[in-house]
Design a protein around this ligand. Sequence first.
Ligand SMILES: NC(=O)c1ccc[n+]([C@@H]2O[C@H](COP(=O)([O-])OP(=O)(O)OC[C@H]3O[C@@H](n4cnc5c(N)ncnc54)[C@H](OP(=O)(O)O)[C@@H]3O)[C@@H](O)[C@H]2O)c1
Length: 303
Amino acid sequence: MKNAKILITGPTGQVAYPVALKLAEANEVWAAARFSDPKKRDALLAVGIQCINVDMAQGDFRELPQDFDYVLNFAVVRDVGNDFDTELTSNAEAVGLLMQHCRAARAFLHVSSCAVYHPAGHEVLTEKSPLGDNHRTMFATYSVGKNAQEAVVRFCARAFQIPSIICRLNVPYGNNGGWPYYHMLMMEHGVPIPVNTDAPSTYTLIHEDDIIGSIPPLLAAAKVPAEIVNWSGQDHVSIEQWCGYIGELTGLEPKFQYTPDTLPSVMSSNAKLQRLSGPTQVKWKDGIRRMVETMRPDLLKRA
Ligand SMILES: NC(=O)c1ccc[n+]([C@@H]2O[C@H](COP(=O)([O-])OP(=O)(O)OC[C@H]3O[C@@H](n4cnc5c(N)ncnc54)[C@H](OP(=O)(O)O)[C@@H]3O)[C@@H](O)[C@H]2O)c1
């Protein structure tokens, strides 16, 4: 992608930050967030990204231009507690108002989550698998909010004729963090890591390089009605496995706490992603090793 005018919401987040930096190399990138950490805004400004203060919870986008070629909605309002009303206003209504504002876009990419699926044990979920709520034990409102957002995006794609694609992330990780990174910190501090009694707790990782690499073909696949795709790699890996590997790299010992009251496994098929953008490239051990080398080289075992 070159010379496109792109809006990225949630640009300071774990997933969008490396995306914003990469796209800014050859495009005009605008970033929308509250910029609660001014250092992150400064880092974006430093590479020429325009930063506009927006609070998704307010749904007021008047400060933003309306002539974006592409909109990538990575923002997620997380501080909603157990308040479903706030969840739906801040995440679901907000994405609709954003699409209404940016209805001239050539494509709209909405970042969803495999949290939209009904818990299915170790079954591999396709985009047609039953929807439901697999995050309730840890984040009460999250799955409901993500499903509601998807419905709003589907509606707006048709109502405003915006080619759209809904990308359901599984476990994104890389040199800007992710769930395995938090587990590494728990290992460092001797904190028990909850894993499901329906063991192992298996997810389908996707590295930030593969997220970045798949964005142009995913935007090209946006359509009316909205396209839907699982955004995960080919590697089904359990928490037990990735913590074990982090242990091999660092010498830290994971302590697992088996409980039914934590997230169940969520394993997703990326067959459709492969059809749209080819197979993902980063093998999970390589990605985890690079994450540790970049973020906490001090923890690596001395050879
Ligand atoms: N990380 C994962 O493991 C994972 C897994 C599956 C799906 N996803 C999805 O991937 C997307 C990105 O997730 P992430 O983990 O990178 O998120 P994150 O690290 O929590 O970052 C959230 C981003 O949204 C912005 N934001 C939060 N509240 C806002 C508000 N009221 N108004 C405007 N902006 C706001 C934040 O900036 P400010 O706070 O400065 O406003 C930040 O840039 C989300 O849609 C998430 O649901 C993530």
